[in-house]
Design a binder for this molecule. Sequence first.
Ligand SMILES: NC(=O)c1ccc[n+]([C@@H]2O[C@H](COP(=O)([O-])OP(=O)(O)OC[C@H]3O[C@@H](n4cnc5c(N)ncnc54)[C@H](O)[C@@H]3O)[C@@H](O)[C@H]2O)c1
Length: 293
Amino acid sequence: MSIQTVAVVGSGFMGSGIAQVCAQSGFHVCLIDIDEQRFARALKSIRWSVEKLVSKGVVADAVDEVLNRISTARDLGAAAEADLVIEAVFEQIALKKEVFAQLQTLCKTEAILASNTSTIPITQLALATKRPGRVIGIHFFGPVPLMKLVEIIPNPQTDEAVTHAVLDFAYALGKNPILVRQDIPGFLMNRIFGAMACEAIRLVECGAGSIEEIDQGMCDGFNMRVGPLCIADLAGLDISLNAVNVMHSLDPEYTPKAPALLERMVSEGHLGAKTGQGFYIWDENGKRHGAAF
Ligand SMILES: NC(=O)c1ccc[n+]([C@@H]2O[C@H](COP(=O)([O-])OP(=O)(O)OC[C@H]3O[C@@H](n4cnc5c(N)ncnc54)[C@H](O)[C@@H]3O)[C@@H](O)[C@H]2O)c1
């Protein structure tokens, strides 16, 4: 099974990054979004990123050669001829199910239908289609052009050939894929990170440690480049809260409930780096300053 053409549904932060790494690796990719206004921003950020990677010698092709492999469309029907479709719309179960139900009526029968969901079990999306054997998770980490990790999540009905094709595809993108052997909410990395971040937030909440000392301790003691509170700020506290809530609603016994402090910060609009304040103060260039409290 060979993957030649790719469609990416959703041209936001992740979808645009996924389209970029596909195009950089020689795949023709169609970026699909219902919101046409998203394309200009997506293509601008892709061009900026490819220019940087070309200037550093990481990407050998000319910038325009890479950009010319990317087309855009508002209609999901543009995915009809793709060998692989990667869904990267908002992290909402009902929305993703709807997209998968539509894709299975529009795409060729041998197409692989993949989701970039961070937390939702792939089985739930596979069951929205009549071809669960062709449905799989391909969970990229952001920013996609920089992060090596990709989690590959077959659902129990995924054809083995599909899993192999997707692993080969991830290697072709220059990624280091890991196989998730049980289709559980949050997969591997977000379960581990969610538990760590929730505990760090709870320790701040009860006054057991300061924001900066907890993060510094995780760097010095566990060799992390940045601590969990800083990572949560960079991911967006609203995104982090949503991920914790989805995992906890689907697996309350083994995943933590969101800390009250995290809920309060999100309700007050302190969403991390993107709003200038989360656990830290951030400037408009994305530079971190001191702890916010
Ligand atoms: N942000 C991260 O760091 C990160 C990391 C890994 C995985 N993810 C997952 O990737 C997915 C996308 O996240 P994001 O941060 O790129 O979101 P985003 O908000 O930046 O982009 C989502 C895009 O989907 C589009 N969209 C919504 N409904 C659509 C539809 N029916 N058809 C076509 N397009 C539609 C929106 O217009 C938007 O452009 C989510 O499932 C998220 O959990 C995010």
